[in-house]
Design a protein around this ligand. Sequence first.
Ligand code: HEC
Length: 123
Amino acid sequence: MRTASAALIASGLIAGGAVQAQEPAGAAVFKACQSCHSLDPAKTGMAGPHLYGLNGRVFGSAEGFDYSPAFKAAKAQGLSWDRERLLGYLADPDAVVPSGWMSPPAGLDAANRAALADYLLKQ
Ligand code: HEC
């Protein structure tokens, strides 16, 4: 799994490099999330909520997405996303939102998680 995902990330970097030399590493890592998440708030109907404007966004608040009871509870508490919570969630979703629906992303090491978090918090 680790090898497969490293290859995926490497191919993303190479593919990105062909079109745009300066694609940030976090954008390449985000390819592992795009089957379920979009960065376009208008794009609904995916398996996961859109991740646009995540920095400071209240947990479970993407319009049009029906979250798990766990995320609805986090929203009711007013929890909002910051770098620390995002890094924790990417390492182990249950550690931040117990019993949510997202599985732990496979094969992301700490450097990949950091690059991804920095990228997402700027969208
Ligand atoms: C197989 C589908 C799937 C993949 C792949 C996936 N997620 Fe998720 N993600 C979900 C689902 C479903 C939820 C909603 C969880 C809930 O309601 O309990 C979610 C929720 C989230 C949230 C909370 C958003 C909010 O509105 O509060 C973040 C942040 C997130 N995912 C980031 C990521 C990142 C970054 C990746 C890539 C490393 C990723 N996810 C990969 C399905 C996925």
